[in-house]
Write a protein that binds this ligand. Sequence first.
Ligand SMILES: [Zn+2]
Length: 283
Amino acid sequence: MPELPEVETVRRGLLPVMEGATITQADVRRPDLRWPFPDRMAERLTGQTVVALRRRSNYILADLSGGETLIIHLGMSGRILISGDPLGQFHHAHPAPEKHDHVVFDMANGARVTFNDARRFGAMDLAPTAAVEGHWLLSNLGPEPLGNAFNDAHLVAALKGRMTPIKAALLDQRIVAGLGNIYVCEALYRAGISPKRKAGRISTTRIAALVPVIRDVLSEAIEAGGSSLRDYRQTDGELGYFQHTFRVYDREGAPCRTPGCTDQIRRIVQSGRSSFYCPTCQR
Ligand SMILES: [Zn+2]
């Protein structure tokens, strides 16, 4: 499931072919993904120029010249492929349509952007740009973890008195937007905080220390994603999924990577999700 760094990588991969470019034809091949598409989606997109391509949490937002914004969520299995040769950099001929290619944009610059989603947990909707922050998918989101509004004061206040485990609190999108299971595990490990610890019982100093750690794990992953963008032109044109090594995530039973620690990474299930942590390093 794509998390924030993967979504940001997809956005950056789309920038050169979509931002400032016009959608000459939008082909919408089914009525819905997770939810129904908006009315006349293909007509509302065709002929529009993408004025800006932004990200909010795990949503990609394409602001269109006509005053609407296309909201895109990749869901569990959504993939975006670029084909064509718009900037002389892409060597991918347009592939034969695949079964799960649900939405296809042909851009005036010659690029084709294909949204493929086998499990159909993804979503697309249109909203007036001026009111997009109030769209029901976005209206309850907390601050961006890489933005200025996510700081010590915010996190300390948001966790104050909370008796839920810190793991669950950090996954709460109202506290901080876009943090998912993988990067919460990684951040708690680096901060030395047990995922089981009650959020409201952690000292302000340790909570404050989480802020730069969260920024670091996300920034490092975005950087790894950026490197992957240089390779995708030689591969299949698919954006966003890249090799990244984790210190605890998916390493159950493996030795802890903290120098001097002889413990093994443990996995527990919290609120139905796996948490990976080192019982010695994380308290
Ligand atoms: Zn350890």
